[in-house]
Every structure is written in structure tokens, then in C-alpha cells.
Design a protein around this ligand. Structure first.
Ligand SMILES: [Zn+2]
Length: 384
């Protein structure tokens, strides 16, 4: 058994735990750069905590997904204000921006020098400035992963900055911050979190440590996602979905993902569509086609057993078949009013290019079996 596990230096989880920041914020310096979303949620408490601790704060708003320009502008502000550390307070895009900014504040040069694929992909020389990641949605688990996804609009791609130095110093996951997140965002981010505990469990790189997170989180995602969507103030449901999101981050960072994310990366670069919506639209058909591919030509039957586990956990039925599990997830997507690929502006004419790009994406390598082009096309057709 070979395991190489890494995560944030410290994880603080629980409703109301944002207040714990008071106890530790002074350890990281006197000046902080706060990276946050533009409108939601209200950063008032965060500002008060800084003031009480005599920490001078400056903030930078992230309006959409982070792109090269946004990150470079935030870094300029951090350098100009001589910030000692960085706090990210927002959804996955904000958390990712914060990672890249904290890294660049302690390393020379601009973002392009370090980006994969379109940049030079150089490794970071120095550790990042201390970074405290505080997610305010339950979805990406980015507070415990070592990459930041950056979009490059003129090239229509999303690429990663990837380095162990990007792991935050502290991750504060406070489910209270997700109370009242609007329904559509709850559905999409929640389905991303759910996918991120399913894919690592069947991944080619699954390992016994990550299995523990997935085994705990898959049944919880199934039990609580609809409840969190129906009532944004259902505290028990919100807490559980925040937990699933955190488990997803731990799992994907240490066992990779699969075809859902293999497709979602390139589609997200080509179309302006929320990541979670793409994942949700694809998840049932990816599971179905993977199951068929594994039954017809797979050598690794242990992976099929894992799909059976998932079917049992989501349906709550002891002898549920994989098809029944897939149907259960498809009906969850319907209940959450998740759009189909055709409703996300994707045309069938785009399929060949999507398939071509997805074959090369890094998440596709985690898929339990290498899919043929025909199988990939079938997944897109079934999700259309
Ligand atoms: Zn995802």
C-alpha cells in the first residue's frame, strides 16, 4: 500500500467556528489582504475580527472566475500594501484566487510564469504567504486542495497552478456561512461536492485513506442535498453538505477524479457555465457508461463492486443494482432542477472538440477505465 497524503496545515470545522479566527489571526502578521466575493456573503464579521486584533485589512473583490488579470491585480495590491498574509472569504473562485495571490506575494514574477499549459509552468521557489481559506459555499473543497483553477478567456481554457505550496495554512469551514445561499447555487455547488466524493471512490488512484472520506460522505450527500436545497436554513443539512464538500476536497487532492471532471474542465473553459451544473448534468451518464465499460472489458472488477456500494448507499436499499443507483442520482438532479447539457448552451456540433480536449485533461486519467471516443460521445448524448 502506497499513500502520499497532504492537506491544509490546519482544518477548523463547525457551525460558528469563524469566530475562532479571533484566536489565531494575530499569529500571521499585522496586515492582511482579504480576497472576497463582490456581493455575497457579508464580510462584516471578518472586518470586525481584524479590527479587534489590530490587523490592518485591505480587500480585493473577485467578480467571476479568477483569470490572469484578476490575480495579477490582486497581487499588485498586496505588494503595494505590504500584506503579511492573505484571507480568502467566498466561493471556490475566491478561494482559488486567494491561493494564487498568496503564492505570488512570496515569489517573483507574474502568474503566467507559473501556469500549466499556457504559461511556463515553473515551480514556485518559495512557500506562499500564510493563507487562511474560509469557504462560504459548500462545493469545491478548494480550501484543502493544492491547485488553483485560473481561466484564460482569450484562449477559452481553464488551467491550473499546481503546487504543494498552494495548500492553505488554515481552512475554516463554517457551515453557518452557507445558510441562505440561494437555491440554484446550493444545487450546483452541492452536486459538485457530491461528485467529488463519488469520483475519487471509483478512481484508478483510490486508496484506503481516501475511501474513508468517501464512505462517510456519499451517504450524507444523498441524505442531505435535497434538504439543504429545499430549506436553506436547515442547519443539520447545511452542516452535512459542508462536510461533504470538505471530504471531496480531501479526496480529490489525494486520489484524483474521473470522467465527469475530465469533461467539466474543457467544457467550463469553452462555455460560460457554472462548474457544478456541468458536473451534475454529466454524473449519471458517466456512472452508467463507466459501469458498462467495466462490465464489458474491464479487468478490474473491484471497481464494479464500488459502483454497487454507491448504489446501496444512495438508495438505502441493501441489494440495489448499479442502474438503480444511477437512476436515483438522475432523479436527484431532476429534483434539484439541474439543467441538461442542451440547456447550458452546448450544441451537438461541439461534441468532437469537447471529446478531443477531454481526452487530454488530467482528471480523465483518474477514470476507472480508459473510455473510447464512442463511449465519451455516448456520455455527452445521454446528458444532452
Ligand atoms: Zn468539481
Amino acid at each position: 500500500m502506497n499513500i502520499d497524503f497532504s492537506t491544509a496545515n490546519r482544518i477548523i470545522f463547525g457551525a460558528g467556528r469563524l469566530s475562532y479566527l479571533r484566536e489565531i489571526i494575530g499569529h500571521y502578521g499585522k496586515k492582511v489582504l482579504i480576497i472576497k466575493g463582490k456581493e455575497f456573503p457579508d464580510p462584516g464579521t471578518l472586518f470586525t475580527i481584524c479590527e479587534d486584533a489590530n490587523v490592518v485589512w485591505n480587500y480585493f473583490n473577485v467578480e467571476n472566475e479568477p483569470n490572469v488579470k484578476t490575480v495579477n491585480r490582486a497581487v499588485e495590491l498586496g505588494r503595494e500594501k505590504e500584506c503579511d498574509f492573505v484571507i480568502g472569504f467566498g466561493g471556490g473562485s475566491v478561494i482559488d484566487t486567494g491561493k494564487a495571490v498568496a503564492a505570488l506575494l512570496n515569489n517573483q514574477g507574474s502568474l503566467l510564469y507559473y501556469l500549466e499549459v499556457i504559461g511556463k509552468g515553473k515551480p514556485l521557489r518559495n512557500p506562499s504567504k500564510p493563507y487562511i481559506a474560509i469557504p462560504t459555499t459548500a462545493g469545491t473543497g478548494s480550501e484543502v486542495t493544492r491547485n488553483a483553477v485560473i481561466s484564460v478567456p482569450d484562449k477559452k481554457v481553464k488551467v491550473s497552478m499546481r503546487n504543494a505550496y498552494l495548500l492553505p495554512e488554515v481552512a475554516i469551514v463554517d457551515p453557518e456561512l452557507t445558510y441562505g445561499v440561494p437555491k440554484t447555487i446550493t444545487a450546483m455547488t452541492g452536486m459538485d461536492a457530491f461528485t467529488q466524493v463519488i469520483e475519487p471512490y471509483v478512481s484508478r488512484y483510490s486508496n484506503p485513506m481516501v475511501d474513508l472520506f468517501c464512505k462517510d460522505a456519499i451517504p450524507k450527500g444523498a441524505s442531505y442535498l435535497l434538504r439543504a436545497w429545499e430549506d436553506g436554513n436547515d442547519h443539520e443539512a447545511r452542516e452535512n453538505i459542508s462536510w461533504v464538500s470538505l471530504m471531496g476536497g480531501l479526496a480529490l487532492a489525494n486520489a484524483k477524479l474521473g470522467a465527469v471532471h475530465g469533461f467539466a474542465g474543457p467544457i467550463g473553459g469553452m462555455f460560460h457555465v457554472p462548474h457544478g451544473a456541468i458536473c451534475a448534468a454529466l454524473l449519471p451518464s458517466v456512472m452508467l457508461i463507466n459501469m458498462k465499460a467495466l462490465s464489458h472489458r474491464g479487468k478490474n472488477f473491484n471497481k464494479l463492486t464500488r459502483f454497487e456500494d454507491i448504489a446501496r448507499w444512495v438508495t438505502g436499499v441493501e441489494n440495489a443494482t448499479i442502474e438503480e443507483g444511477v437512476e436515483w442520482i438522475a432523479s436527484l438532479c431532476k429534483n434539484l432542477e439541474i439543467p441538461r447539457l442542451s440547456e447550458l448552451g452546448i450544441k451537438k456540433a461541439h461534441f468532437p472538440i469537447i471529446i478531443d480536449k477531454s481526452k487530454k485533461s488530467s482528471s480523465m486519467k483518474g477514470n476507472p477505465i480508459q473510455l473510447t471516443e464512442r463511449e465519451m460521445e455516448k456520455i455527452l448524448e445521454l446528458s444532452y
